[in-house]
Design a protein around this ligand. Sequence first.
Ligand code: ADP
Ligand code: MG
Length: 696
Amino acid sequence: MRKHSLSENGGFGRAVESMTKLFLSIQNLKGVGQKRFAVYQKIGVHTPYDLLYYLPRTYRDYREPMPVAETVPDQTAVVRVTIISKRRPIHARGGLEIFCADAEDADGTPLSIRIFNNFYGFQALKVGETYSMCGKITMNGDRREIHAPQLHREEDAPIEAIYPQTTGLTSAMVRTNIRECLQLLDEAPFETLPPEIRERYVLMPLPKSMHAIHAPETMEETEEAHRRLAFEEMLRLQLGLRLLRRRSAQATDYPMQNVEMQPYFDSLPFTLTKAQMRAVGEIIGDLSGGEPMNRLLQGDVGSGKTAVAAAACYCCVKNGCQCALMAPTEILAGQHFRTLQQFLAPLGIEVCLLTGSLKAKEKRELYAKIADGTVHVVVGTHAVFQKAVEYRKLALVITDEQHRFGVAQRAALAEKGGVPHKLVMSATPIPRTLALMVYGDLDVSVLDVMPSGRKPVETYAVTGKLRARAMGFVIRELEQGRQAYIVCPAVEEGESDLKSVTAYAEEMGSTYLKGWRTDILHGQLPAQEKDAAMEKFRRHETDVLICTTVVEVGVDVPNATVMVIEDAERFGLSQLHQLRGRVGRGEQQSYCILVTEHVSEESKERLRLLCSTTDGFKVAEADLELRGPGDFFGNMQHGLPPMKLADLTDTKMLYQVQEAAEWLLADDPDLQKEEHHALYMDIVRLFARYGENGLN
Ligand code: ADP
Ligand code: MG
């Protein structure tokens, strides 16, 4: 029986002590010395409480041994066999001692047992006795053998948890440490979910879930426990995002008036799409609504987010305020600067570019202009938020490619100069169910219409055999005065981007691309060289840009009409979709050629999908379906804490979690009530810890 009541375990004092221990260093557990401590640190386990959330990868069920005849060679199996005879040890080369025994299972199927260098393990086997054991099955002729099996003793738990493989940490070690954690938890029963929530959604209590996950008696209880922990995980994320949002949902320090937007619309070289108009309307509504704006502007590459952002700037500047736009790279900052300049300068709005590579003197001059308000719109990299930059009246902060900025930055933005309005732009389309989760702290405007005249990028998947033809196609485009991107092959292990790009570029330059002007671009180039390469390409001083995925985000060169992606199978669909968005930005028909070698049926299917649609949302949904949420979620660089348990395609649970979060916050808007303290602290820990390495 498990005990959960205080009195049976020594009363209040003992409970306090145990509870405290749950949150002290993991070093206090038996058997955790310097070495194991270091391993635990590495996997993010700092306290016994953390260890409880370190979950098994799978289970080994000793209650249902497999008939020997059904075991699969090269796989691990649990069998139950009787020892028939033991043989004399064999002394192999290199001092290896091999012990063998012959056994058979209840059906009479023979099995040889081989034990290496373990005299005592061999001694423990008695002829005529029956044992459950687990080990890897191999074939010796037509006879099965089990190698170095682990014996299961009668007193051991019937189901054994197996933990993720980590160097220096065996599952047995983790099990021992967890046993102690479970004891601590029993002595001080602890719960993070309020009873109403647990009842309403039929969720197991925490101590019971932890027992069921780490030391289960049946697999059914494990499933139920898993559901509770997944629910809790999603709820923490959801509540955290809503709290973030709430923190900034005070009255804005920068209330704005509606302004006449027509002069801005008139100055544009094109008419805004319906979707752009709608987004502009939503933004202006936010800006003049009394609360700080917290809006995500989501739209596929090329949907025209910048023109919408510029409209927000226009409104803001007409209200006598300043705006800052932050991009993740200097290349993108430069591009935004040029676009905003083009849209806004004719209207008398002063736009400047602030990046790390400015000279000290230029920086000083710029800082002065920002401080006195001569400059209205500041575009740049992280530099725009450095301490030295003082704004006269910063009322709107726009960030581009929001998935590169973590929760920590989203939170930090609110700190600069009162509570500014925030607009984040993202070209990563994500399925609706996920959006609920990921953008819980933001309102969303979607640009779901492409500017007219835009032709969808024609996409083809070919094998390496057709590379010559693919390159012939590229050349024909170049001959018509167009430009091309080639995304380099994957970097070999131990090789740098630099080496691989350079080697590849040289090879291409001396073969297919002979006579054409090529350049390279990759992440290890200094910022200035990157910008220079991009700038030359933009001015059509180079014909072909050979690059890594640096070129992925936001780069706009309308004359580039073809992209070749080598080793396309290494990318997720969403990422490929982002990449191909670099072409098709002008009036010409554009093409994307995906080159793959040795691909599985599954990869082929993925790539076929990409060839058949250019709808980013469809691509994202397929990505989610084909690769599962973990992978998809991980690859999005959405800047949110990683989910370990929650299945983000589980729509039902997603809605329940939304409901639970709303319900909890309606009762306790800041989660400051005593009974929500544990949950609140978990959320704080989740966000704080993730924030540390959430920057990139
Ligand atoms: P993204 O959403 O990928 O950031 P951009 O804002 O860079 O897209 O816009 C892509 C290109 O489309 C730019 O050259 C921009 O000037 C142009 N563009 C934006 N809106 C329209 C429109 N309504 N009609 C025609 N072209 C537009
Ligand atoms: Mg853009």
